[in-house]
Design a protein around this ligand. Structure first.
Ligand SMILES: Cc1cc2nc3c(=O)[nH]c(=O)nc-3n(C[C@H](O)[C@H](O)[C@H](O)COP(=O)(O)OP(=O)(O)OC[C@H]3O[C@@H](n4cnc5c(N)ncnc54)[C@H](O)[C@@H]3O)c2cc1C
Length: 433
């Protein structure tokens, strides 16, 4: 019976290489060029970044989760999870390894649903790392509830014309193209009446109204666009997949995206735990090391145990995806790790930040930046509540209501049943019956 938690030595040596590469070569980029990773390479960065991407390709680790037909090596999700446990601490590493959101999800859906022409025009440059893409689904008046989406695509002769507003389209400002969800049949439920379109970002009528930032980012410097699609005319072959298939397509992309965020969060939680342990072994107060205080020991134990639980569920879910290649079949555990991600991240970073005292809340340590990702993780790709509902629905599918008035584990009935089964051996009733 295969039930094995070890990593095969050949892949472990690749992970060791990746660890060294991220810490030695990529970390300086994070320090010196933060928040530049989704901008086109300029003359200063191209000579640094291109050779790094080549080194990753030479090591056989470029876009590892994609099949060879898409320029990857087809390692699947478990190996991607193990790799992301290394890449997740770095802003630049996912770009340099060809695994960055939202491009990975966008590449997956074009690979699944695109025509040959669409693949050549959009997918190939994306996989080559030559451009960025954006996914434009959320609307200002409706994020979690697609039934309130109003962006429309209407056929006009050989063309589609899109009108409406989209919100929080990440990286739209530097993208070469957008994948836009729009309603094509308003007479049926949105889940059957919406379609996906491939829209070059420079198409007339794509109006970037604002670039929204996160938290304390300066106004105008954000990467999440409010976009007005104002009479955007597109040729008929801009449709991705069939009419009315937008939600089936979205599921392919969002399922993967949620797991990949969780994989990278494992890395961040481990990073927080590492910093916690180093600090408490280094800092003395009131006659002993912080590491010798029971409150601190409790924090270490909680962070360690929660990280191990979370990591195992992430790896298990990745394994499930590799088995079924169908995100719908793994939606329960994908939703469960989506719920856990912000919580374990918040708690791990908080404990470590707090143990560093003033230094922890200062801008001389990375905690504030890491911690600010917790609330982001709880809304991006759908809020926690919605995923809890999914988990509960999926869990309940495995249950039936009890037959009569009493629960099936009602002890008096069980006792009666037990006596009946053991009647031969039991002369007198037992216990308090
Ligand atoms: C960093 C970031 C990047 C993003 N990138 C993209 C992107 O690239 N493309 C894109 O299309 N979108 C993107 N989004 C948008 C994201 O998908 C939405 O924020 C998300 O779906 C929630 O929608 P909303 O923000 O409108 O919140 P709302 O739907 O208004 O929800 C607000 C709150 O209401 C509560 N709530 C909502 N529904 C329920 C419910 N059923 N039961 C109980 N409580 C509920 C929850 O507390 C929730 O947090 C991004 C968001 C962030 C933060």
């Amino acid at each position: 019976m295969p039930w094995d938690f070890s990593t095969e030595p050949e892949f472990q040596s690749k992970l060791d290489w990746a660890f060294e590469f991220v810490h030695e070569k990529i970390e300086p980029l994070d320090i010196l060029y933060p928040h530049r990773q989704f901008h086109p390479l300029d003359d200063e960065l191209r000579p640094i970044v291109d050779p790094m991407k080549q080194a990753v390709r030479d090591a056989g680790l470029w876009a590892t989760h994609l099949g060879p037909e898409l320029g990857g090596v087809g390692y699947g999700q478990v190996k991607l999870a193990l790799l992301n446990e290394i890449l997740g601490v770095s802003q630049w590493a996912p770009i340099i390894f060809g695994t960055q959101a939202p491009d990975t999800g966008n590449a997956e859906i074009i690979a699944h649903y695109g025509t040959d022409e669409q693949k050549e025009k959009y997918l190939q440059p994306l996989l080559n790392g030559e451009c960025f893409s954006s996914y434009s689904m959320t609307e200002p008046q409706a994020g979690s509830d697609p039934q309130q989406f109003t962006t429309r695509a209407v056929k006009d002769g050989d063309e589609w014309v899109i009108n409406g507003w989209k919100y929080f389209s990440s990286n739209a400002r530097t993208s070469a193209f957008l994948i836009v969800m729009a309603i094509t049949d308003p007479d049926v439920k949105v889940y059957k009446g919406a379609s996906m379109f491939l829209v070059p970002t420079d198409t007339p009528g794509v109006e970037m109204v604002r670039h929204i930032g996160l938290g304390a980012e300066s106004e105008g410097e954000g990467m999440h666009a409010l976009i007005h699609y104002n009479d955007v005319r597109l040729p008929a072959d801009s449709l991705l997949g069939g009419e009315g298939e937008a939600f089936a397509i979205a599921q392919t992309r969002l399922g993967g995206g949620r797991v990949h965020h969780a994989m990278r969060t494992v890395a961040v939680c481990q990073y927080a735990l590492d910093m916690l342990c180093e600090r408490v072994l280094s800092r003395e107060t009131q006659g002993s090391l912080l590491a010798q205080k029971q409150f601190i020991q409790g924090d270490i134990a909680d962070s360690y145990a929660e990280l191990q639980q979370f990591r195992l569920l992430v790896l298990y879910t990745a394994w499930e995806i590799d088995q079924s290649h169908d995100y719908r079949q793994t939606r329960k555990n994908i939703a469960a790790i989506k719920v856990l991600t912000p919580k374990v991240l918040h708690d791990a970073v908080w404990r470590s930040m707090h143990a560093h005292g003033a230094l922890g809340v200062s801008n001389e340590m990375p905690f504030s930046m890491l911690w600010s990702m917790a609330p982001v993780m709880s809304v991006v790709d759908g809020p926690t509540e919605v995923h809890k509902v999914t988990v509960a629905r999926e869990v309940l599918k495995g249950y039936e209501p009890s037959d009569g008035l009493w629960p099936s584990n009602h002890l008096p009935a069980k006792r009666e049943e037990a006596l009946r089964k053991l009647a031969i051996h039991v002369e007198h009733s037992v216990g308090n019956a």
